[in-house]
Design a protein around this ligand. Sequence first.
Ligand SMILES: [Zn+2]
Length: 338
Amino acid sequence: MTEYNILGQPLEDERPLEKQETAASPRTRPPSRLAESGQRLRPLTVFLLLLAILIPTSLSVVLGTSLERTKSELDQLRQSMDAPPPQSGEVLPPKADSPEEDPGPQPERPAYQDLYPELYAQPHEWNAAEDRKTAYLTFDDGPSARTPEVLEILEQYGAKGTFFVMGGETEQAKQRMRDIVAAGHTIGVHSYTHDYNKVYASVEAFLDDFAQEYHLILEATGVAPQIFRFPGGSVNAYNGATYKEIISEMTRRGFVYYDWNRQTGEAVKKTPSASVLVKNSLSNLDGTQRIILLAHDSKRYTNMVQALPEIIEGYQAAGFSLEALSPEVRPIIFDYPG
Ligand SMILES: [Zn+2]
């Protein structure tokens, strides 16, 4: 196994044995002296050799087991995204007043599972394997002054998109959220604060931020969001210590999150020209069946709006239909660091 190679274990194990054979070899010593020294040295040598073999071996077994366990936990998390959603009985919060289901204190159940008991997604099925090329345009960080322009372009091309919104306390922002929904696009949670340090400090902190945006969207549009996008993506430089637990809790609550496999690329310090955004978005389309494109609906990214018609035309010319995400769409998610 690779863990053994990393630890250099097989080498450590074999060397002492070779030495032992050489020392005991009749070719290197006269028989009488061999017998004499062998009698005095052999028990001690064997004992030391056993220690030299057993200690590193057991250490590597423990390390290997622990690595395997971590890996299998991560695999389970990933599989849970591909597997059908759990039965509604598992997703919904347990009934507080069902005596037969009370097994006494359960210390392993984290307290945050009881936070925001209303914060559960509806049960859903996964789409059967998609047999046609689909591109999902997703717009993060809105609503903004650009939202009406994006909506107009999508309308013009008969395309549907997905808006992962943030903040939005003003009446104008709420109206833009309603416009998104009214035009048949999907609205999902991005973040209320979009403050990475705050959002990823703990599962509780994540739930606080998520719940605030969830309720804002629900009150503004009447739609309870079922999908979300992590600020910075599901695995980023800020959530190494918490992402596993946050993903696990959000998945337990039935919410589906989406990363991306293409991005327009405007959200950098020196935002590129529209033609670069088009090129980024349309890169490597051959052999790709499903695209989730990350773009940003933000006041200063007029270049994204300029690029959008050409991006849509490029996808349509390559045979992609432009659809909105829904919880039934199997997510594209990043690989966890291994
Ligand atoms: Zn964002």
